[in-house]
Structures are given as structure tokens and as C-alpha cells.
Design a protein around this ligand. Structure first.
Ligand SMILES: [Cu+2]
Length: 291
């Protein structure tokens, strides 16, 4: 390579690197991202204490992947630039080079072991259900909607208060912030998956096997969040949507009382007709249609 070409390449680099950096900065500024949107690497803002742990695991895995990626890309670029074919002479061959072969084997094992250690550690913490829960909710996933049963709250018939959706009318799950909520998952038909993206967590809902997990929404967090089924479970799988409302504990009690009132009202016409079975506590159309 002639010295002139070398110099040209350098000055081209000098021109384009600042332009690229400026473009990247403009891109970040123009998209008006939230402060931590980029460092979250594509996952939603975590709203539970458990979700912070999932986020840290996610970010840690990306750091490891980037470290490997930068090393590999660096080696490729270095080879492409500085080890081009210069003559017909065969370059030194390093096949069966013992230290390098050992490195190829040992390094991936070390990387996998570290990722495995952190995954196993976090998984066992996330699956703990030992803590005494403030609120116990049974989630029934069925083809094709959800029923949420507030196990600590008895309705007029002595049954737990419940909210049930139908496809197209999404039910709303209400949970308090700053309290431990225990979910028990059941299915009468096929496997579903209970997924609230803001929890950064989902769990299968399996017929004949009660799955369980606990979360604590961070204190002060309130709002509406999306929920969905994350397991292809039949024709109307895509309509298995639900809303999650996180409210503060005082509002939670109000919401439960409203639900109880609705359940009592739903019961009334039936008690007039003797001998009729009590209806299941279904949400009123307004409530089921909330979104
Ligand atoms: Cu489903």
C-alpha cells in the first residue's frame, strides 16, 4: 500500500468519525427517549421489586454479549486490515496450536458457567413464595379469557370475589402497590401463559398443575398496565388480553368494596326466583369493557 493511500484513509476516518458521532447524538436527542430507555435494552420499565432483578440479569447478559462481540469484531477488523494477503507465500499455520485450542474450549465454558450461575441464582429467588402475602389472587386462564379470584375477599355466596372476561371484553385485575401479592395459576383446558410485560415475568398456566409466584409492586407506582396470554392456546389466543390496574392500598380496598357491591347486586334478582343456582360473580358490562 502506498503512503498516500494510507494518509487518505486516515483523513477520511478523521472526517467521518465526528460526523457519525454527531448523527448518533442527534438520533438519541430527536427520539426524545426516557432517561433509561436505552440502558433497559428493549424491555419495559419494571414496576415490581422482582422485575428490577430480571432487568439486572438482562443487562448483565448484554454486557457479557457485547464484551464477546467487541472482542470478536475487533479481531475480525484487525485481521482484515492488518493481515491481508501480501504474497503467494503461505502464512504461518496455527492449526493444532494447543494453547489456542484450549482457550477456545475453556473460555466458552467459563462464559456459560457465569451466565448459568446468575440465571439459576435469580430464578430461585424469583420463584420463592415463602413470604406471607398481603393479597392472594387465583388466576384462571381459559379459552379464551381470564378470571381473577380475590381469595381473601368473600362475596355474598361465600365464594371469593371474582372478575371474569370474555374474548373482546378484557377483564381488569386490580392489585395494590407496596404489598406482596401471591398469584396461583390454574387452567381448566389447555396451557396458557400469564404475562404482564411490566413485571418482566411470565408463567405458564397449566391444567392440573397449580403454579405460583409472588410480586411486590414498588411503592408509589400506580397506573394501568397491559396483560396478555403468551402461549398459543387456540383460535382466539390473541384476544386473551387483560388490564392491570395498580392502585395504592387504600384505593384497593375501595375497589374491592365496589366489586363486592356489584356481586351483591348481581345476586339479587336470582334470590327472588327460588331454587335458581347462584350465578358466578361476573363483571358488569361497564367494568368488563374498561380499557
Ligand atoms: Cu391462552
Amino acid at each position: 500500500m502506498s503512503p498516500t493511500r494510507h494518509r487518505n484513509r486516515r483523513s477520511a476516518l478523521r472526517r467521518w468519525v465526528p460526523r457519525g458521532a454527531a448523527l448518533a447524538a442527534l438520533g438519541i436527542a430527536a427520539t426524545g427517549c426516557a432517561s433509561n430507555e436505552y440502558t433497559r435494552l428493549g424491555v419495559p420499565e419494571p414496576i415490581t421489586e422482582q422485575a428490577d432483578r430480571v432487568l439486572a440479569l438482562w443487562q448483565g447478559s448484554w454486557v457479557a454479549a457485547f464484551a464477546v462481540g467487541i472482542l470478536v469484531w475487533g479481531l475480525i477488523v484487525w485481521t482484515v486490515i492488518f493481515h491481508r494477503k501480501r504474497s503467494e507465500k503461505l502464512p504461518p499455520q496455527v492449526r493444532y496450536n494447543m494453547p489456542i485450542e484450549a482457550l477456545y474450549t475453556v473460555l466458552p465454558i467459563v462464559i456459560i458457567s457465569v451466565l448459568f450461575y446468575f440465571t439459576a441464582r435469580d430464578q430461585s429467588i424469583l420463584m420463592e413464595t415463602e413470604e406471607k402475602a398481603d393479597v392472594n389472587i387465583e388466576v384462571v386462564g381459559f379459552q379464551w379469557s381470564w378470571q381473577f379470584r380475590y381469595l381473601d375477599e368473600k362475596g355474598p355466596a361465600g365464594e371469593p370475589l371474582a372478575v371474569e372476561g370474555i374474548p373482546g371484553e378484557d377483564p381488569t385485575l386490580v392489585i395494590p402497590s407496596g404489598q406482596v401479592v401471591n398469584f396461583k395459576l390454574n387452567s381448566p383446558d389447555v396451557i396458557h401463559s400469564f404475562w404482564i410485560p411490566a413485571f418482566l415475568f411470565k408463567m405458564d398456566v397449566i391444567p392440573g398443575q397449580e403454579n405460583e409466584f409472588q410480586v411486590k409492586v414498588k411503592e408509589g407506582v400506580e397506573g394501568e398496565f397491559a396483560g396478555r396470554c403468551a402461549e398459543l392456546c387456540g383460535a382466539d389466543h390473541s384476544r386473551m388480553l387483560f388490564n392491570v390496574e395498580v392502585v395504592d392500598p387504600a384505593d384497593y380496598d375501595d375497589r374491592i368494596n365496589e366489586l363486592r357491591k356489584e356481586a351483591v347486586e348481581a345476586e339479587e334478582p336470582v334470590t327472588e326466583q327460588e331454587g335458581e343456582p347462584a350465578p358466578s360473580a361476573e363483571p358488569s358490562p361497564e367494568e368488563a369493557g374498561q380499557s
